[in-house]
Design a protein around this ligand. Structure first.
Ligand SMILES: [Zn+2]
Ligand SMILES: [Zn+2]
Length: 353
């Protein structure tokens, strides 16, 4: 008994001492500096091994979610980075994870819905500051030039203020701005440098035309990103035997519940939007069937409509998928990382917090 009494007194004294120490400015500064050191540590994304990787920098659709950004996938092929779509909040994710954006080679926009491009100015600025050596290349459907011209104009004063304040040594004016490249509306191979081949192909997101999906092939490993689409024959043709298929999807059980509640509450606008979106996104089950059809090594759901915010919601969202595809599928979150090491058939999942 005595021992327990001394133990409790000892713990209280230790607690009081620790509390006292935390009140000392020098101790606070020491701890805060350690935390900042950790914050500024650059993510390697397995840079020491040759691989094709994908990091989900935004996993949600326009439905809000406090823990997710809108659509974004960062691709790393060898040491080069590419970004597919850059929706709201996703530029901050890349910044927070200390991705080395000096190695950003290009951005690919699947289509010009705002949840796929509204953070482009943030990515432009962060990569400029990181030392991107040329203007930011942005591939996208017709209208991409209008978009980048508009962003350049809207941010012209910001650009001037940044250069005036920090100097051209840090922010060279010659690489500020964008190089827009309009994708051929029939789809095409956009990059083929011997190691990496990037193919753009059209998908079914009517009335948004054209809308694109992208395939990345790097030294025998492959990733397909669907963009926003219904079941697409073109996507099937471009996804045969792919290692990892990222596909957007709508959970019908979940949106029907949203619709019922919206209708009961007299929110006719939301009820109408929910009716409309079901005509241009594929449902979770059909996506699983498609992944089986193309014999994808792994299916990763992204652009989740709407993204589940609890275990119960996730349970409802994923209903019925296992009955179609019993393994090798996954719901992504912001920070989901998949690595495909070259020369193997491994598919390795990890997460960046
Ligand atoms: Zn979308
Ligand atoms: Zn869309």
């Amino acid at each position: 008994m005595k021992f327990i009494k001394y133990l409790i007194i000892g713990l209280i004294l230790l607690g009081a001492l620790a509390f006292g120490l935390f009140q000392i400015s020098a101790v606070q500064d020491f701890i805060a500096k350690k935390a900042i050191e950790q914050q500024l540590q650059q993510e390697n994304l397995s840079s020491d091994e040759d691989a094709l990787s994908a990091l989900v920098c935004g996993s949600r659709s326009p439905f809000p979610d406090p823990n997710r950004a809108e659509t974004c996938i960062l691709i790393k092929a060898g040491s080069d980075f590419y970004v597919v779509d850059i929706g709201g909040g996703s530029a901050m994710n890349l910044q927070m994870w200390q991705i080395d954006l000096s190695k950003l080679k290009a951005v690919f926009l699947s289509h010009l819905h705002s949840d796929h491009m509204s953070d482009l100015p943030g990515l432009h600025f962060n990569s400029w500051l990181a030392g991107r050596p040329s203007k930011l290349k942005v591939y996208g459907p017709e209208g991409v030039e209008n978009l980048t011209d508009g962003f350049s104009q809207a941010y012209s004063m910001d650009t001037k203020f940044r250069v005036d304040h920090h100097g051209e040594g840090i922010l060279p004016l010659s690489v500020a701005g964008y190089e827009p490249i309009t994708l051929n509306s029939n789809g095409e191979v956009i990059i083929d440098n011997g190691n990496l081949k990037v193919t753009a192909f059209t998908v079914e997101h009517e009335p948004i035309e054209p809308a694109f999906g992208f395939r990345f092939d790097y030294k025998g490993r492959s990733i397909v990103i669907s963009g926003d689409t219904l079941y697409s024959k073109n996507l099937v043709d471009n996804s045969k035997g792919v290692d990892v298929l990222f596909h957007d999807a709508i959970s019908l059980d979940t949106v029907r519940m949203f619709r019922e509640v919206a209708y009961e509450e007299g929110n006719k606008t939301l009820a109408k939007i929910i009716d409309d979106i079901q005509t241009y996104h594929e449902n979770t089950i059909r996506v699983a069937e498609l992944a089986n059809e193309v014999e994808a090594g792994y299916l990763v759901y992204y652009h989740l409509i709407p993204s589940p915010r609890s275990d119960l919601a996730e349970n409802i969202w994923t209903r019925g998928i296992n009955e179609v595809r019993s393994k090798n599928w996954k719901l992504s979150k912001d920070g989901t990382l998949v690595t495909l090491p070259v020369g193997t058939d491994e598919i390795i999942f990890d997460a960046i917090e």
